[in-house]
Each structure stands twice: as C-alpha cells, then as structure tokens.
Design a protein around this ligand. Structure first.
Ligand SMILES: Nc1[nH]c(=O)nc2c1ncn2[C@H]1C[C@H](O)[C@@H](COP(=O)(O)OP(=O)(O)OP(=O)(O)O)O1
Length: 166
C-alpha cells in the first residue's frame, strides 16, 4: 500500500470566487491529468510534512497551516493500492513555477477541469474546495497501472472529523 498526499492551495480570486492551484502532471501516475501537488511519503515523514515538501518541490510554493480535508483509499482489484491524505490551505507564499513533474496554474474553483482529472475527482474535490471533510473509498479494476484501470465504485462519508495528519 502506497501512502500519498495531495495539497490544494486556495486564494481569493475576487469577484469570481476562490482560485485553486492545480498542476498538470508531467510524469508518473496520472501523467497528463490535472491534480493538486502531492506525492509519496518519504520515510520518517508525516503526511502533512510530505504535502508541504511536495508542493515546494513541484511548484515552488511555500504552504503553511494545512487543514486536513480528506482521507481517500484507492483499491485496485479489491486490494488497497494507495491511501491519500488530502489537505487544503490559504497560507501560500511565492509564485508558482513549473518543474519536471508539474505545470502549475491558478484555476477558478468554478472552472476546475474535472474532465481532465482522475475519474473519481468530481465526486470529492468540489466538497473539499468548499471546506468540507471527506472519507472515501474508490474501487478500480483491470490491473496495474492504477491510472489505466477502470473506476467502478465508490463510497463517501462527509463531515467526518479528521486529525491534521501532522
Ligand atoms: N484516484 C486518484 N485520484 C486522485 O485525485 N489522485 C490520485 C489518485 N490515485 C493517486 N493519486 C495521486 C496521489 C498522489 O499525489 C499521486 C501519486 O503520484 P506520485 O507523484 O506519488 O506518483 P509517481 O508515480 O509520479 O511517483 P514519483 O515517481 O515518486 O514522482 O497521485
């Protein structure tokens, strides 16, 4: 089982509501799709430390005061494949810059390109961007890699109290 993180930095976008910092992933799992910055935990690291590090490495932003927004489990052919700790934050400093892994872009929350993301994202990300907390389980079938498997079922529970994963 792989333990991963996703971080969704938010900013006030004026009259159009909030913007969220998304990346177009340039390599690895989910290549070519939009997502938040994030990645696998390194040894000895807490999920929150991982989310801060991955956001710095992938897009050059410093994030603080992360709020735990989700705990997602992705199953592949009935086996737990990846667990993902989801964070959001409004404490963001710096200007986003591209890296080998990610092409960053501030996107209005109302214009998130769900048709260019993982098939499960439209089920949980809108709530996360509105401030809700979610625990979810998502079933994929068809063998490795996960991003070529078929998304077949899900189970979501909203407004579950989550620790902050620090
Ligand atoms: N179904 C899904 N929906 C989603 O929104 N994000 C998912 C997902 N399944 C995995 N992820 C995310 C979690 C994590 O941030 C990321 C995993 O990508 P990683 O960067 O860890 O993988 P890579 O294969 O790119 O690893 P590296 O080679 O270490 O960069 O994909």
């Amino acid at each position: 089982m792989i333990e991963t993180t996703l971080c969704f930095p938010l900013r006030d976008g004026g009259d159009d509501g909030d913007d969220v910092l998304l990346i177009e992933k340039r390599r690895g799992l989910g290549e070519g799709w939009y997502n938040g910055p994030g990645g696998k935990l390194e040894s000895g690291e807490t999920p929150q430390e991982c989310a801060v590090r991955e956001t710095r490495e992938e897009v050059g932003l410093e994030v603080r005061d992360l709020e735990k927004a989700g705990e997602l489990t992705f199953l592949l052919d009935g086996e737990e494949h990846t667990r993902c700790h989801v964070y959001r934050t409004r404490s963001v400093t710096g200007e986003p810059s591209a890296s080998a892994e990610a092409d960053p872009e501030w996107v209005p929350v109302d214009d998130v390109p769900y048709d260019r993301m993982w098939d499960d994202d439209h089920l949980w990300l809108p709530g996360v961007l509105e401030g809700a907390t979610v625990v979810g389980e998502f079933r994929f079938e068809g063998g490795e890699p996960l991003d070529e498997a078929e998304f077949v079922a899900h189970d979501l529970e909203w407004d579950v109290p989550l620790g902050n994963g620090s």
